[in-house]
Design a protein around this ligand. Structure first.
Ligand code: NAP
Length: 369
């Protein structure tokens, strides 16, 4: 699952203890599976709600993943989501937005670096919204956040599970041609709704053309991610990229993998071949760090006329690859294509772990190594 082939140019002298908040949920389990098998980290605390605290992990959690059940932690006692009970210098959060808003700041105030999947702080102007292949310079917001909030720790977020499949191919186009307008329709997997999620009677043999609170995130997060970090003295802020996004988000009967149909209008004219070349030549900013969770290929343009497909392509590179295909001219905007990625890995647990690896490799987490 983790890409051990990568060249590792940074490695901590000993493994770093980490806490998983929301460890019993769909994303929390993926965190645990990654961390249990990680060369830099080990799971020190599994934390969840009061419903689960005090129980053994196997009793508190309905395990959904293939491989070693409970990632070998069946007997670990789940603890409450408080720094008193579960402090580690690095914290991965798979909490829902409501509890995240209350709990994550407590850990940051106690000195932890919190890598969060929740939407609670993503759009706060002093909080990095990171896809490390695209905008690692936004880690520059950490010192601003710490100064403003008086925290020795900080919060770093990764995008909504749909945004990552959108912002990644858009980055390749934005950097070459500039972007003017984006139309996107998502076909989102069931696992994106957590567990038990959407009732079988609602989703089997059906498409649900509404996901609560999803479209505003998809219509705004890419602009922040592809925005420019502007530094002025000790202050820094992100100026959002100025293109407009219109999104329709739907739920489809797929277990894992969000598929997006995307049309774009570019700022400057380009040929189909130039757009294909922009995707193919796109270089991830993680490339030189050899991070354990980084995919061998970040963005892949598939030539087959019927790819990418969730069932065939979503597990590539441990679920960390973004697959793009069906690139063609759009008679209304300029070009259209399909983008696919793993919503609970690339869009959640894997994304957070990669953020933490990149932050460590760039020396952004003071006092940890
Ligand atoms: N699923 C995806 O594809 C995806 C992708 C990107 C981001 N996300 C985000 O990741 C987060 C988790 O999603 P999920 O799908 O894993 O949800 P989930 O399966 O419902 O899991 C939620 C987790 O949060 C815990 N929790 C709930 N209320 C709590 C409280 N008041 N205090 C402490 N812990 C509490 C639960 O513990 P108990 O078991 O004890 O109730 C459980 O461990 C959400 O913010 C979601 O938006 C999800």
């Amino acid at each position: 699952m983790i890409n051990n082939q990568s060249r590792t140019v940074f490695s901590p002298k000993k493994k770093i203890p980490v806490t998983i908040l929301g460890a019993t949920g769909v994303v929390g389990q993926r965190f645990l599976r990654r961390i249990a098998d990680h060369p830099w980290f080990y799971p020190a605390f599994l934390a969840a709600s009061d419903r689960s605290a005090g129980k053994k992990y196997a009793e508190a959690c309905q395990w959904h993943l293939p491989g070693l059940p409970y990632a070998g932690c069946a007997g670990t006692v789940v603890v409450p989501c408080s720094p008193e009970a579960a402090f580690s210098p690095i914290v991965f959060s798979a909490l829902d937005a409501g509890p995240a808003r209350e709990i994550e700041p407590l850990f940051a105030a106690a000195g932890a670096y919190v890598f969060s999947n929740a939407s609670a702080f993503r759009m706060d102007e002093d909080v990095p919204l990171l896809i490390p292949e695209l905008n690692p310079e936004h880690f520059g917001l950490l010192s601003v956040q710490q100064a403003k909030r008086g925290w020795p720790g900080a919060i770093v977020t990764n995008p909504n599970c749909t945004t990552v499949m959108l912002a990644s191919p858009l980055a390749a186009l934005q950097s070459r041609f500039g972007l003017d307008a984006v139309l996107v329709t998502s076909m989102q997997a069931i696992s994106g709704a957590g567990y038990p999620g959407v009732a079988a009677l609602d989703i089997v043999g059906n498409v649900v053309p509404f996901i609560r609170n999803e479209e505003p995130k998809v219509e705004s997060e890419s602009n922040k991610i592809l925005g420019e970090l502007v530094q002025s003295g000790s202050a820094a802020s992100v100026v959002p990229a100025p293109f407009v996004v219109s999104a329709t988000c739907t739920r489809v009967p797929v277990i894992d993998g969000h598929t997006l149909s995307i049309s774009v209008r570019l700022k400057t004219k380009a040929s189909l071949g130039e757009v294909a070349e922009a995707f193919r030549a796109f270089e991830a900013k993680t490339a030189r760090y050899g991070l354990p969770s980084a995919p061998s290929q970040f963005l892949t343009l598939l030539d087959a006329e019927d790819r990418p497909q969730a069932r065939k392509d979503v597990e590539e590179d441990g679920g960390m690859r973004i697959s793009v295909g069906r690139l063609r001219a759009c008679p209304i905007l300029d070009f259209k294509f399909v983008s696919l990625g793993h919503n609970t890995e690339r869009g959640a647990a894997g994304a957070s772990v990669l953020n933490a690896e990149m932050a460590l490799a760039m020396g952004m987490l003071h006092g940890i190594v």
